[in-house]
Design a protein around this ligand. Structure first.
Ligand code: SF4
Length: 429
């Protein structure tokens, strides 16, 4: 709790960060609402998307089995990883088997979740993030502070200083100059890489494709130049058909950046086939559980698995707007992180996250798949108040519980309320 409070305080007193967060919410928060209004099917498409996602989550076992069979039919390999350690071990083993010395990576929250980069680096492998924001964060030895805008907490002056120091170039704070320098440095990395590692926005059970959205073209380079491509997905990120992809990816681009569609949409079905001009010789899809089965088994929280990690809820959240992503101290921040992180890492351990949100409901309105985050935050708070054996949650102090019970009893009767108010006035004049 103390770390959350301390980090939040630091963030609130950082005027540069406050400016960046206000700018993010102004640009992206409002953009998503306008983009939903402009949908040909109307904002109601979000309800349909919710239905599609819930159907997929309720049939996850069948969809994952179908997906795995399709990927293998397309010539790829599928690995089911029970937890972070198993996923990391699988990646290391693939790298060892293929003699990999250099990896290029696309932006992937799930690889942050499992702590993949340090493990590969410990094996002597050079790992380079290729999304510009992730590249900046990696050079600065920091963690992303937003799901889709990982370096939102950094100013262009800071990035100019960082590039001068790490890339050995002349200082500039001009964004096109800095982007050009990053592009030049990354080209070399793409050409030298033996393995590309990416996340997966959405997989398709019907065809075995995975879809990855980007606005920088780095995904195309990471998945076609190296000889080996490893894609890692949370087990919930599967849709039944390509038709479902159409609905969900259009909403994802709108929620994430107010775009009709991302600049690049890659549908990857497996390794290079005879007649293909590019693509990896070997393709692996790692499907990660890491606590998701437990969420799936609980009807109170299953809905959070509908999340397509667009970041829209961060862009409207009044708490994220003040404290930014790092204060959450976890891979997933903002309203979605306030639900997911306690469920993945322990409700008592991460209780500050779910207690820190305001329950204003802005996240639900902004979510492209209409996830009821405030309801789940209340469920988590209720677990903390009463304890929950199924999640090994210890209840908050009995004193606090007794205090709220007395408050509730007093608020239900005018006479008791007025008596209480008079008493409080005497105690705290
Ligand atoms: S909860 Fe909704 S708005 Fe937030 S990241 Fe997930 S899909 Fe996007």
């Amino acid at each position: 709790m103390q770390s959350y409070i301390n980090e939040a305080r630091k963030a609130i007193s950082n005027p540069v960060l406050q400016g960046a967060l206000a700018n993010l919410q102004e640009r992206l928060g409002k953009g998503a609402a306008a983009a939903y209004r402009n949908l040909a099917e109307g904002p109601g498409l979000r309800l349909k998307a919710h239905e599609l996602r819930m159907q997929a989550i309720n049939n996850l076992d069948v969809l994952l089995e179908t997906l795995a069979a399709q990927v293998e039919k397309n010539g790829g390999h599928v690995i089911f990883a029970e937890d972070a350690a198993a996923a990391v071990a699988a990646c290391r083993e693939i790298a060892r088997k293929h003699g990999v010395r250099a990896v290029v990576k696309g932006k992937s929250m799930v690889t942050e979740e499992i702590g993949l980069n340090p493990a590969l680096i410990a094996d002597g492998i050079e790992v380079t993030e290729t999304d510009l924001g992730e590249y900046i964060v990696q050079l600065a030895a920091e963690h992303p502070s937003h799901i889709i805008a990982p370096a939102i907490h950094k100013t262009r002056n800071e990035i100019g200083t960082l590039f001068a120091e790490k890339l050995g170039i002349a200082y500039s704070n001009d964004p096109p100059t800095l982007t050009w320098e990053a592009r030049k440095a990354l080209r070399e990395k793409f050409l030298a890489a033996d393995m590309g590692i990416t996340g997966c926005n959405l997989a398709c059970a019907e065809t075995g494709h995975i879809a990855i959205l980007s606005n920088e073209g780095n995904i195309r380079m990471s998945t076609t130049l190296p000889g080996v491509h490893v894609a890692i997905m949370g087990m919930e990120r599967v849709a039944a058909t390509l038709e479902d992809h159409d609905v969900l990816l259009r909403l994802l681009a709108r929620g994430a950046a107010g775009q009709k569609m991302a600049g690049y949409v890659s549908h990857i079905s497996g390794p290079r086939q005879p007649g293909h001009v590019d693509g990896p010789q070997t393709y692996y899809l790692i499907i990660l559980d890491n606590g998701r089965s437990r969420i799936l088994a609980d009807e109170r929280f299953r809905e959070i698995l509908c999340c397509i990690r667009c970041g829209a809820c961060l862009n409207v959240c009044p708490v994220y707007a003040k404290i930014g992503g790092h204060a959450y101290g976890s891979t997933y921040c903002g309203p979605v992180g306030a639900v997911v992180t306690p469920l993945l890492t322990g409700v008592n351990r991460s209780r500050d996250l779910c207690l820190g949100e305001t329950l204003c409901g802005a996240c639900k309105d902004a979510c492209p798949v209409n996830i009821d985050i405030p309801r789940m935050l209340l469920e988590l708070r209720s677990m903390l108040a009463d304890g929950d054996a199924s999640w090994q949650v210890r209840r908050n102090s009995l004193l606090e519980k007794a205090g709220w019970m007395i408050w509730s009893w007093m608020m239900q009767d005018r006479g008791r309320y007025e008596l209480g108010a008079r008493l409080m006035k005497r105690i705290f004049p």
